[in-house]
Design a protein around this ligand. Structure first.
Ligand code: PEP
Ligand code: MN
Length: 339
């Protein structure tokens, strides 16, 4: 249920309503807006009925939410949400670019890639420390050491860092060293992990599962937001189809659907979305044109020797060219690209 407060309702009145909702065993969500405050109540609406909030002096009206996802729906929060990734806002007017290697392979290598993406204009740095690989014989990531390297290189280059959290036991470590959690496609429906991230204090980039519908993604995001962490960014990274010319089929129409159905920011990963280096830049431009709030791009200082995802990783000069050519697409979509 959405409880719309009257313009001018005080924080004290909002707090009173929030604690009444909480006392009924429902989850209260506080969403102050530029024009008026909205309160969400998630859970059994029959219990909410017992509070008779419709006659509370600070309440303008009660609106039921029809979608199965509640907290992430646009009905709940008509304005776009802005997620703070370090010092970078995502979901506002600025288009955000996060670049970096698939995996952290060591300090020197990451430092070289990070300098290159920073120089080209990237806002954030990516790099996996825990890698969910298809083969158990492939490079699995540097683990805790990788997290420490990522943090250090991010600080040295003035970029917030994002890395994947693969399992529950690593949530605290990732939260300590990174500015944002990445939930990988393979873990999008690991509901216990999502619940734990809902109780964490860093933003979560939730990647679309390779066989997940748009609605499945929104339900997964609901697990995080309903626990109290409203800092969620949705990520389209391609889905499995019968097409074999690309690693995945990048579903850019999902950007439009996510934007229509949810207030959460949306980013696109054209690297995993195609799996082919040459296709990354055109899909990045298309993502900007489709209205995405940003992109995650794999860039490696020497992709031929990358320990994972080399075939889809851009050479630094290709990334620099992408950044140069991206601007008109971003601006055509009514956004800005600052660097
Ligand atoms: C990655 O970002 O390197 C990754 C493993 O992504 P995904 O979960 O989308 O496959
Ligand atoms: Mn990768």
């Amino acid at each position: 249920m959405i409880i719309v407060l009257k313009p001018g309702a005080s924080k004290l009145e909002a707090d009173e309503i929030l604690s009444k909702i909480d006392a009924k065993g429902l989850k209260p969500l506080y969403m102050p807006g530029s024009e008026r405050t909205v309160i969400g109540a998630l859970g059994d609406e029959r219990l909410l009925g017992e509070l008779h909030l419709e006659s509370h002096p600070a309440v303008e009206r009660l609106d039921p939410i029809l979608a199965p996802y509640k907290a992430v729906s646009r009905e709940m929060h008509p304005e776009n949400s802005i997620v703070q990734f370090g010092n970078i806002p995502i979901g506002g007017n600025g288009f955000v670019v996060v670049g970096g290697p698939c995996a952290v392979e060591g300090y020197e290598k990451l430092s070289t890639s990070a300098k290159a993406v920073k120089e080209a204009g990237a806002h954030g740095l990516r790099g996996g420390a825990f890698k969910p690989r298809t083969s158990p014989y492939s490079f699995q990531g540097l683990g805790l050491e990788g997290l420490k390297i990522l943090q250090q290189v991010g600080l040295e280059n003035g970029m917030p860092v994002i890395t994947e959290v693969v399992e529950l036991a690593d949530v605290d470590a990732v939260e300590t060293y990174a500015d944002a959690f990445q939930v990988g496609a393979r873990n999008m429906q690991n509901f216990r992990l999502l619940t734990a991230l809902g109780q964490a204090n860093k933003p979560v980039f939730l990647k679309r599962g390779m066989a997940a519908s748009v609605k499945d993604v929104l339900m997964a995001a609901e697990y995080i937001v309903s626990e109290g962490n409203q800092q969620v960014v949705l990520c389209e990274r391609g889905i499995r189809t019968f097409e074999s010319g690309t690693r995945n089929t990048l579903d850019l129409s999902a950007v439009c659907q996510f934007k229509a159905l949810s207030h959460l920011p949306v980013v696109v990963d054209p690297s995993h979305g195609t799996g082919v280096r040459e296709y990354v830049a055109p899909m990045a431009y298309a993502a900007a044109a489709a209205g995405a709030d940003g992109i995650l791009v794999e860039v490696h200082h020497n992709p031929k020797e990358a320990l994972s995802d080399g075939a889809q990783s851009l050479f630094p000069d290709q990334f620099a060219e992408l950044m140069q050519r991206l601007r008109p697409f971003v601006e055509a979509a009514g956004r800005t690209l600052d660097f």
